[in-house]
Design a protein around this ligand. Structure first.
Ligand code: EPZ
Length: 426
């Protein structure tokens, strides 16, 4: 089995380039279905989730032409007049983002059959807000044989209040509403930068959307949309991961291509921990010389500290000076990561959606398992600040969200290699 073998001790130093956000790109690709013809999306990350989304679009009858160099891809999606409407289980189960095919397929074709993605390592992840929102717009939705089957003779605008500012539900309702009859208002909408990015692409396709970036989106449906060209927003989670890694290893990283404004709270926490954070025209720079001071973390929807940076934060706090309280407000099982980092000697205790981390001088290398994308990269950071060697298995999780991670880490002076390991039954 392939593992990432991390030898601890290096202070990360140098530059990294951040490309488009996985959690925007998957939805932009789904939204191409809203208009027949060729839509081009650039600044795509060369990650496995994007490849699977391309495969899904091919199954729906689109032509997908990728152009790529090293880390960055662009794709031209040619959408037929009548796309197919079924997204098969074997692909959907691999990436949750594929649930965002529901809105575009339903509003474009009047029918969508999308496999239920099911839960994953971080939580049960229900879809009730997606379904109730589309039902309020007049869709008939039933669950059959593991599939969501949604049908409509023409969606109508509706007033929709979300009990929780769900990213996925906001996106599915938004992409359905752009071609619905009348006006849809989404109250308590999510306002992540990825939602704003999706709105910008839809506006460039001819959609009418008000309140972009706020928690109230007002969408006036139009009869048709046209193809467009769009550059994906930078991945703030990848950028944030580099920032936490810089401070944990007492290093100095210039993160290019990122928008510091999308990471305000995270960068502020790192500055309070003693790091020098400098916002630059093309990104930001994080430098840290001394042992970081501990800080509490509360994960919240945007603009709060993103839950996707929680494992990276815990890896840093495991070697920080002091004790930290972590409150996870989005995903009930996201502390599974703590069981793995505890294997490296981290002093972390969890209770429900709280965790307490008492910082230690150093961790010790051990064989550990990545349980999801963000937990995986959290373990990489822990391995960088541990004595000896850490072997991280299930690296396919990390490949879903990070482009050429070990190459970039080696570029910053780390000793990280991908090998076939005997420890995990190589
Ligand atoms: C998106 O997931 C991201 N995934 C997640 O990133 C991210 O953690 C999350 O937003 C929050 O920022 C993608 O964009 C593909 P939600 P999503 O709907 O849309 C509850 C990563 O590592 N909820 O905002 O699934 C839900 O259970 C991934 O890149 C309902 O109760 O997140 C959760 O507690 C992990 N009913 C909360 O809302 C619903 O119908 C937030 O979920 C929908 C959600």
């Amino acid at each position: 089995m392939q593992v990432l073998r991390v030898t601890g001790g290096a202070r990360l130093a140098g530059e990294v380039q951040v490309v488009g956000a996985k959690n925007s790109v998957l939805k932009l690709l789904a939204a191409t279905l809203l208009a027949p013809g060729q839509t081009t999306i650039s600044n795509l990350p060369a990650i496995s989730d994007v490849t699977i989304m391309h495969e899904l679009l091919l199954r729906l009858g689109c032509d997908v032409a990728e152009t790529s160099d090293a880390m960055i891809d662009s794709v031209a999606v040619n959408v037929p007049e009548c796309p197919a409407s079924e997204a098969p289980y074997e692909l959907v189960r691999q990436i949750r983002g594929s649930i965002n095919l529901l809105g575009p397929l339903l509003t474009r074709t009047g029918r969508a059959k999308v496999a239920m993605p099911g839960g994953d390592a971080i939580g049960s992840r229900p879809l009730d807000l997606h379904i109730s929102g589309l039902e309020r717009m007049g869709a008939d939705i039933r669950i059959e044989h593991g599939y969501i089957i949604a049908e409509s003779g023409g969606l109508r605008g509706a007033q929709i209040w979300l009990d929780f500012p769900s990213v996925g539900a906001t996106e599915n309702i938004l992409t359905a509403a752009v071609l619905a009859k009348g006006t849809t208002v989404i109250d308590n909408a999510a306002r992540e930068p990825e939602i704003v990015d999706l709105c910008h692409m839809l506006l460039s396709m001819g959609a009418q959307i008000g309140g972009v970036g706020s928690s109230t989106l007002e969408i006036n449906g139009v009869d048709s949309l046209h193809p467009t060209t769009h550059r994906a927003v930078a991945d703030r989670i990848v950028a944030g991961t580099w920032a936490f890694a810089a401070v944990a290893t007492r290093g100095d990283i210039h993160v290019r291509g990122a928008n510091a404004g999308h990471l305000e709270i995270a960068l502020d926490k790192l500055a309070r921990a003693g790091a020098d954070v400098e916002v630059l025209a093309d990104g930001f720079r994080v430098r840290s010389i001394d042992r970081p001071k501990s800080f509490d973390v509360v994960t919240l929807p945007y603009p709060g500290l993103p839950t996707d940076l929680q494992p990276s934060a815990i890896a840093l706090l495991a070697v920080a000076d002091g004790t930290a309280m972590i409150t996870e407000n989005l995903f009930e099982a996201r502390f599974m990561f703590c069981d793995e980092i505890a294997r490296m000697g981290a002093d972390v205790r969890t209770d429900g959606h709280h965790a307490v981390v008492r910082g230690k001088e150093r961790l010790s290398g051990a064989p550990v398992r990545a349980t999801d994308i963000r937990a995986g990269v959290g373990l990489v950071i822990a391995g960088l600040v541990a004595d000896g060697v850490t072997e991280i298995s299930e690296v396919h999780h990390i490949d879903r969200g990070y482009v050429q991670l070990e190459e970039q880490l080696r570029g910053l002076g780390a000793d990280v290699v991908r090998i076939e390991s005997a420890t995990f039954g190589g």
